[in-house]
Design a protein around this ligand. Structure first.
Ligand code: KG4
Length: 335
């Protein structure tokens, strides 16, 4: 079954052609340069750029896969969650395409597709497993019971981990996207130099909270500038990264132990973080757990993962008609 998949939930317009878990093409038009001058994603600009790119990106994916539009058996599209105007571009394009080709339309939840990035890289990986989903807008520990069945064990009470990285990085004057830059310039250094808090959720056992750490960094930079001092940015980056990773890794391992999971997967843009990957790998080796994380090319937003998740959604009967709408907020375990 050949699926053309479309992703436009944030600042990447992407289209891919997949056959089951096999990726035949994956074209991404990134808008990073368009948003960089504003220090973050401007939703209206994102929507306009998606509109400009979407036809070209779909044509590119079809061409690169060596097929023609007539070979496509279904169209999959990210419909939630994300920036509403950005999602609408992909959803409406996908609706038109599926109608004109006379093939099914498959709605795909963005976070489910991030998990599916692991299926691309690891053909042997099958549910059940535990997944730490960390992106710019979400931080969730989910039980992946089946390809389309999920249970949320913990989630952030306030900011997402990626948001904490991005906002603290911006305050330190680092280039957008801040999480990437922060990870690059963080030095392995004295993480006790600045008294930044170790986040605690105080809520559910596996929940997260990152806003206290974010505020502490903003205050630290602000106070330093008022005193005319130069903060040691690489050390602050390393400290923030360490504190965030402590919480992500601690909660995930605790959930794995308490629920008896032997397989853990990482997913989402923040799963590209070098410390998170290295420390999780070491901890899982120590405990005899299997760890999976996507190759860097599939960590960020891309349509290949949408296509692969779309394949499983189709198999479970999740098909839409032309009434499909975009949804800005929707939990991964929606029905
Ligand atoms: O999954 P994603 O591409 O988009 C969303 O669906 O949100 O995630 C983007 C997030 C941004 O916050 C970005 O700063 C973060 O992932 N990110 C990183 C790294 N690479 C991307 N955060 C920390 N370290 C990285 N290496």
């Amino acid at each position: 079954m050949i699926i053309l998949a479309i992703e436009s939930s944030c600042d990447e317009t992407s289209a891919a052609v997949v056959e089951g878990r096999r990726v035949l093409s994956n074209v991404i038009a990134t808008q990073i340069a368009d948003h960089r001058i504003y220090g973050g994603v401007v939703p209206e600009i994102a929507s306009r750029k998606h509109t400009e790119a979407i036809s070209r990106v779909c044509d590119g994916a079809v061409e690169e896969a060596g097929i023609s539009y007539g070979d496509i058996d279904a169209v999959a599209v990210t419909f939630a969650p994300g920036l509403i105007g950005a999602l609408l571009v992909g959803v409406n394009f996908a609706k038109g395409l599926s109608m004109s080709l006379g093939v099914p339309l498959i709605p795909v939840h963005h976070l489910r597709s991030h998990i599916a990035a692991n299926y691309i890289a690891f053909p042997e990986l099958e549910p059940p497993f535990l997944c730490l989903l960390v992106s710019g807008g979400n931080t969730v520990i989910a039980e992946v019971d089946d390809y389309t069945s999920f249970k949320i064990l913990g989630e952030t009470r306030d900011d997402a981990a990626g948001e904490c990285f991005d906002k603290t990085a911006r305050k330190m004057g680092l280039q957008y996207p801040g999480g990437v830059t922060l990870d690059k310039i963080a030095t392995v250094a004295d993480t006790a130099k600045y008294p930044l808090p170790f986040p605690k959720s105080g809520a559910g056992e596996y929940d997260f909270s990152f806003s206290g750490l974010k505020t502490a960094v903003i205050n630290l930079i602000h106070n330093a500038s008022q005193k005319g001092e130069q903060p040691d940015v690489p050390v602050i980056c390393a400290t923030v990264r360490q504190r965030v990773c402590d919480m992500l890794i601690g909660n995930t391992l605790k959930a794995a132990e308490n629920y008896g999971f032997k397989k853990i997967a990482l997913a989402g843009g923040v799963s590209a973080n070098s410390e998170l990957r290295a420390r999780m790998k070491a901890e899982c080796e120590k405990r005899g757990l299997e760890l999976y994380f996507p190759p860097l090319e599939y960590c960020g937003d891309n349509a290949a993962m949408v296509g692969v998740q779309g394949y499983y959604e189709y198999k479970s009967g999740n098909i839409s008609d032309s009434s499909l709408n975009a949804v800005a907020t929707l939990p991964i375990n929606y029905r």
